[in-house]
Design a protein around this ligand. Structure first.
Ligand code: NAD
Ligand code: UDP
Length: 336
């Protein structure tokens, strides 16, 4: 009995593989390595002392996906594989729709034909668009602002329709807020290619001397210090949320939607200060223009996940900064 982790070599998938192995699940990873390194898988094995069955394959390759199911006794799927860069999705919408949506369709069709109907899907807080109010509960209106976000919303709808047509499906839609940090070993972490889009990898790259300074995208938002507020969550807490979701859907059919966030918002400058306190490293920054499409404030109401999954994020912002820094310091060039 194994769990298939699509995108398991990636940032969140690799951390979730560690939690699965620690809980004695058998793990099969399917990843085309388009945004990840096989070294992540080697290190997962080093950290846990357990093995991962790895298929370097594309979800768009139906035969390869079928082979994974034929060769393993898969009982459930954690579906992380997807493209995730908002800016790139605006430039290459068809590439994003094809990869994320067609890939999910092929996965679900294969699951159905093999009688595997347990699926946890990586959705995102981006499905809430510009929230009317914070904290954001799962009932808040949705409306994504870019092709990446629309792939998440469309896949959520597809999975709801799938359950509507066949109530045997057991599906969890996990809407992540802002995952940061790394495994406490410092051996695996976030390894963006090129210029990081996200705040924490940018901060750690400045701290390690790879970049001169952080550009803070706007200080004129309607927030206490004028910079954008987000709900940063430690990737290990997020990974644990997946195991809880898997347990929940093993116990009951249906489609469940959960926010995975901490419920606390931190501004960009809060993070810069927290990083200094946690690591002793001062990150120079400059205030620049707002980034198009950014919202002022976004943080979760995570109470549904606490009530129904018995899950809540435990790690502090200090833990997130220390762990992100340990990974960056020990691996200044990521997995290269
Ligand atoms: P990531 O890029 O590190 O991992 C995704 C993995 O999927 C990569 O290893 C990539 O090689 C693989 N992949 C992509 N397309 C594939 C395909 N067609 N076939 C096989 N493998 C494929 O990203 P991540 O940060 O770990 O994100 C995981 C999931 O969580 C994604 O679906 C992402 O959209 C979602 N998510 C991420 C964040 C975030 O801030 N990191 C926030 C919300 C949601
Ligand atoms: N941000 C920033 N400089 C950067 C990257 C991000 O000021 O180089 C800000 C961004 O405007 C937002 C916050 O940091 O307010 C989090 O950005 P990120 O891209 O990590 O997450 P998202 O905006 O997608 O939630």
């Amino acid at each position: 009995m194994a769990i298939l982790v699509t995108g398991g070599a990636g940032y969140i998938g690799s951390h979730t593989c560690i939690q699965l192995l620690k809980e004695n699940y058998e793990v099969v990873v399917l990843d085309n390595l388009s945004n990840s390194s096989p070294k992540a898988l080697q290190r997962i094995e080093e950290i846990t002392g357990k093995t991962v069955m790895f298929y370097q394959a594309d979800l768009l390759d139906r035969q390869a996906v079928e082979r994974v199911f034929e060769e393993n006794n898969i009982t459930g799927v954690l579906h992380f594989a997807g493209l995730k860069a908002v800016g790139e999705s605006v430039e290459k919408p068809l590439y994003y729709y094809h990869n994320n949506i067609t890939g999910t369709l092929i996965l679900c069709e294969t699951m159905r034909s093999c009688g595997v109907k347990t699926l946890v899907f990586s959705s995102s807080a981006t499905v809430y668009g510009t929230p009317e109010r914070v904290p954001i509960s799962e009932e808040a209106p949705t409306g994504a602002a870019n092709p990446y976000g629309r792939t998440k919303l469309m896949i959520e709808e597809i999975l709801r329709d799938l359950h509507q047509a066949d109530s045997d499906w057991r599906i969890a839609l996990l809407r992540y807020f802002n995952p940061i940090g790394a495994d406490e070993s410092g051996r695996i972490g976030e390894d963006p290619t090129g210029l990081p889009n996200n705040l924490m990898p940018f901060i750690t790259q400045v701290a390690v001397g790879k970049r001169d300074k952080l550009m803070v995208f706007g200080d004129d938002y309607d927030t206490p210090d004028g910079t954008g507020i987000r709900d940063y969550i430690h990737v290990t807490d997020l990974a644990e949320g997946h195991l809880k979701a898997l347990e929940k859907i093993a116990a009951e059919t249906g489609v469940k939607t959960y926010n995975l966030g901490t419920g606390f918002g931190y501004s960009v400058l809060d993070i810069v200060h927290a990083f200094l306190e946690a690591t002793g490293v001062q990150v120079p920054y400059e205030i620049t223009d707002r980034r198009p499409g950014d919202i002022a404030s976004c943080y979760a109401d995570p109470s549904l996940a606490e009530k129904e999954l018995g899950w809540r994020a435990k790690k502090t912002i200090r833990d997130m900064c220390c762990d992100a820094w340990r990974w960056q310091q020990h691996n200044p060039n990521g997995y290269q």
